[in-house]
Design a protein around this ligand. Structure first.
Ligand SMILES: Cc1ncc(COP(=O)(O)O)c(C=O)c1O
Length: 451
């Protein structure tokens, strides 16, 4: 590999949401950004822009559109990205929020396929619309659309807020699935807002199909929100676009982003986007190969060490959706309790499944976009923590279920929860031969590799 994704770059103390919102020593594998430096071409372009030294208001240049048209047409068979169809804005959340505003009136219903990206929910609420959950169907680790339910709900909705590839379940929707969604939406007069921020991060056998390459009537009944920020790890720079093929829809979007005052973009965003799409393709391809290996590492590790935890097949994104329901009885509060336990007792922060909708109870989301050694450390913490919870114990319970993640069922000899009381020394969760809560040596003593 030409690029070194194994390099560990400390992010502590950089005001990183992912890292600095955790206590030191906790390994953060939650927020969706990556622990890799951006591609060299992006860093060079930003440096050059920085060296100019003046950062006044800027126009968005023609090559901003041309570079996207070239990228999407050569990689994904999607052409026609021009100044007349693409509206730059500050982020994908800003983009889909403006799109909801443009296409609804207060009280309209907006469908989401849950579990779904948690920031969809406030965008619907803030536009005074009503969220209509259409839970995905889950069987054998695989998530699919519940067509019958979707048909029913589409009859009552104005907008579908769609995510392709889907965060958090990692599905890359197939063309036939997309066309079926598009057909149901057309028939029911439901407008489609397709969030495609994760579109570059797909793995072998799962090609991304842009919504904008579906039959024309479906494309005209949609907007696509996209950005280079996820795949190129430049989310803090904040740049995104809304694609609208229909001129009337374009005008509505333009009005909405002006109403929301998010129509001017950051000079560094323009520079970074051009360097990403214009000169970072090779870096992206290596990144995807690295992430694919990370995903395989997770599967192998879980198969060997914790086969009860089911990881849904990762078709796209770097966010793995883990099912703990074989280990614990799924009850309200399970994911929260598991999240608390893993963070505070095992030094590992994952995203709690229920923030993506109630259907996420019993699930946790794992961000694998980090050097492999860090990933392995995170997996070890996960396994040690879960083993600790599962370990048969001799009557060592709090009675109340400790952190509440076991609910007194399906684990341990006595069906009881332990959490550090009455267990033998050297058997606690961190696998470091130390005892945790009693000894004050807690998991946070287990340092992350970069410390
Ligand atoms: C599906 C999805 N949409 C949007 C965003 C955020 O986009 P932005 O930072 O450009 O607002 C994320 C971030 O994780 C995401 O997963």
């Amino acid at each position: 590999m030409k690029y070194n994704f194994d390099e560990i770059v400390s992010r502590w103390g950089t005001e990183s949401v992912k890292w600095d919102m955790c206590e030191r020593g906790v390994l953060p594998m939650w927020v969706a950004d990556m622990d890799f430096k951006a591609a060299p071409a992006i860093l060079e372009a930003l440096q050059e822009r920085l060296d100019h030294g003046i950062f006044g208001y800027e126009l968005v240049p023609d090559d901003y559109f041309a570079v996207q048209d070239e990228w999407f047409s050569s990689r994904h068979g999607w052409s026609g990205l021009t100044r007349e169809t693409v509206i730059p804005t500050t982020g994908v959340i800003a983009a889909y929020s403006a799109a909801i505003k443009a296409m609804t009136v207060p009280g309209d219903k907006v469908i989401v396929f849950t579990p779904c990206y948690n920031a969809f929910f406030p965008a619907i609420r803030n536009n005074k619309c009503v969220q209509l959950d259409c839970p995905l169907h889950y069987e054998g680790g695989i998530w699919t659309i519940d067509w019958e339910d979707f048909e029913k709900k589409a009859a009552d909705a104005r907008v579908l807020l769609f995510c392709n590839p889907h965060n958090p379940v990692g599905r890359v929707w197939t063309r036939s699935e997309l066309e079926r969604v598009g057909e149901i939406c057309l028939r029911n007069n439901v407008f489609v807002i397709s969030d495609e921020i994760h579109c570059e991060l797909t793995y072998p056998g799962h090609d991304y199909t842009p919504w904008a390459t579906l039959p024309e009537d479906m494309v005209l009944n949609s907007v696509t929100c996209m950005s280079p920020t996820k795949p190129f790890n430049i989310a803090g720079i904040q740049i995104a676009n809304i694609y609208a093929a229909d001129a009337a829809v374009y005008r509505k979007m333009d009005r909405a982003i002006n109403d929301n005052e998010c129509c001017d973009v950051n000079v560094f965003g323009v520079t970074a986007l051009k360097a990403a799409y214009g000169a970072s393709g090779e870096w992206l391809d290596e990144l995807r190969a690295y992430l694919y290996e990370n995903a395989r590492t997770v599967y192998c590790f879980l198969e060997d060490e914790l086969p009860q935890v089911v990881a849904s097949p990762l078709e796209g994104t770097y966010l793995m959706w883990l099912d703990f329901s074989n280990l614990f009885q799924v009850k309200e509060g399970l994911s929260d309790a598991l999240g608390e336990f893993l963070e505070h007792d095992c030094g590992l922060k994952l995203s709690v499944g229920t923030i993506y909708g109630l259907v996420g109870e019993g699930f946790m989301r794992l961000n694998i976009a980090c050097p492999r050694s860090v990933l392995l450390e995170g997996l070890q913490r996960l396994v040690a923590g879960i083993r600790f919870l599962m370990k048969p114990r001799g009557g060592c319970c709090h009675g109340g279920g400790g952190h509440g993640c076991c609910h007194g069922e399906g684990h341990g000899e006595h069906g009881e929860c332990c959490h550090g009381e009455g267990h033998e020394h050297g058997e606690c969760c961190h696998g470091n031969g130390e005892c945790c809560e009693k000894e004050g040596s807690g998991s946070r003593k287990t340092q992350t590799p970069e410390n």
